[in-house]
Design a binder for this molecule. Structure first.
Ligand code: LLP
Length: 435
């Protein structure tokens, strides 16, 4: 599953002991495993080999340049949603034609940049954006390769904050409008609407939801063909799950089994496919290391107060998400054999693992059985590589964590820890506005 494992009672990332790493790098720190990132890319590629898809790593899940360079070297393109993410993908060495550009709020400037660069697939989220993209392409006199994001009205069965394929969300256009929008661009000299984009939510733990969404979309492909619109690209989006608990998520082969048979005929006709996985590649490739500041016993409860909480990892608080947490060097040899809410060991104590912030919602886990803990212990929060650092904040004037990439026996700081000086740097000199 990943390259984080206990050896001699001590948690390692590949060949590096995390206690040693934390002594050098400090905490809170996100640690990524290069080998896990690469293996996840390879396993997707092999499961979907028949489609030979361009795997566009979803930058929003883990935008660190060290991570992006690793997945780019493994052959990935990238899925970006803003000029900032575009900049990161380019800085990681990804060619513009290997990018998919999504997002409901692309500005005119963003569209101009995407079209000028020749982004491979600009995913259009509304009729209004389609008009603007076509106008921009004409003004720039540049070909623009566009795909229409359709909303199939399929419930991905995930958290309401990350459900995107039902009609009432802001994403994509209703499937019944698609033909009319394709017609509008039929003879455009520069903008080519030649693709369809789907992304129904994240994570999608039931692979059948992909089949459901695809069946609806494939009917549209047929209708479009009869109207003279050839679909050359289908971007299947992201949403593949990760193991927050051992064995929780379907495997790439399960997703492929739901998807590949449906689109095989299109592949045979030369249609190209894109995937936009983020979580599947990055989540289990990262842990967050936090240090116990204090163990507080009060009102019959045990609070393990750490040096970071929702500021570093918002997911437990924001989505009620489960992240397995365990000491990097557990006492009494209490090494878990699986990652689960109940790891099946005795001698544990139920704790709330909380951060230092002034909010009751500032927690990493509630009522979680853990080995005996003391001040100074190092905890690993697992499956934190996706939507961890990318959703972190400076709330309560907490500097952003450091990020470290491990490759074999080597560890490199790929983002230095913010300093207190960094926190006030943009506010030191008020600039008068010329009104
Ligand atoms: N493509 C599009 C258009 C997306 O909106 C997303 C994620 C992805 C691909 C990648 O999805 P993935 O393969 O990572 O599931 N912050 C939430 C997840 C939000 C996902 C937003 N869009 C979380 O922490 O669970």
């Amino acid at each position: 599953m990943d390259d984080f494992a206990y050896r001699d009672g001590s948690l390692h990332a590949e060949g590096v002991a995390l206690s040693r790493l934390a002594d050098r790098a400090g905490t809170p720190t996100f640690v990524y495993s290069g080998a896990t990132l690469q293996r996840h890319v390879a396993s997707l590629r092999s499961a979907f080999a028949e489609l030979d898809p361009l795997i566009c790593f979803s930058v929003k899940s883990c935008p660190n340049l060290g991570v992006l360079r690793t997945v780019a070297a493994a052959g990935c393109g990238m899925d970006v949603v803003s000029p900032g993410e575009l900049q990161r993908a380019l800085a990681a060495g990804v060619a513009p034609e290997r990018l998919a550009y999504a997002g409901v709020g692309k500005s005119r400037t963003a569209l101009e940049e995407a079209i000028t660069l020749g982004v491979g697939c600009v995913n259009i989220e509304s009729a209004e954006e389609l008009e603007l993209a076509a106008r921009v392409a004409a003004e720039l006199r540049r070909p623009a390769s566009l795909a229409l994001r359709v909303n199939p009205d399929v419930d991905a069965g995930t958290h309401r904050h990350t459900t995107t394929g039902v009609r009432t969300t802001k994403f994509g256009v209703g499937i019944e409008r698609a033909e009319e929008l394709f017609d509008r661009l039929r003879d455009h000299s520069f903008a080519r609407l030649e693709g369809l984009h789907l992304h129904i939510g994240s994570p999608v733990l039931n692979a059948d939801r992909y089949s459901e969404a695809l069946r609806i979309t494939l009917e549209l492909v047929d209708r479009l063909r009869h109207r003279g619109h050839a679909i050359r690209v289908i971007d299947l989006g992201g949403g593949f799950g990760a193991d927050y608990e051992s064995g929780q998520s379907p495997a790439p082969a399960d997703y492929a089994a739901a998807i590949v048979p449906l689109v095989r005929p299109l592949r045979e006709r030369g249609v190209r496919f894109l995937l936009e996985p983020g979580r599947f590649i990055a989540a289990n490739a990262g842990v967050l290391l936090v240090r116990v500041i204090r163990v507080k016993r009060e009102a019959g409860k045990t609070f393990v107060i750490c040096d970071a909480g929702m500021n570093a990892l918002l997911r437990p608080s924001h989505y009620d998400a489960f992240h397995f947490i365990w000491p990097a060097q557990p006492r009494e040899g209490l090494v878990p054999s699986r990652r689960a809410a109940d790891p099946g060991l005795s001698g544990l104590e139920r704790c709330d693992v909380v951060g230092p912030l002034c909010e009751t919602g500032d927690y990493l886990a509630l009522d979680r059985p853990l080995p005996p803990l003391r001040e100074g212990d190092l905890l690993a929060v697992f499956t934190a590589g996706a939507y961890g650092m990318s959703m972190s904040s400076r709330y309560n004037a907490q500097p952003l964590p450091a990020e470290v990439l491990v490759e074999g026996e080597r560890a490199s700081v790929v983002r230095r820890r913010e300093t207190l000086t960094d926190l006030i740097a943009h506010e030191m000199t008020p600039t008068p506005l010329a009104l």
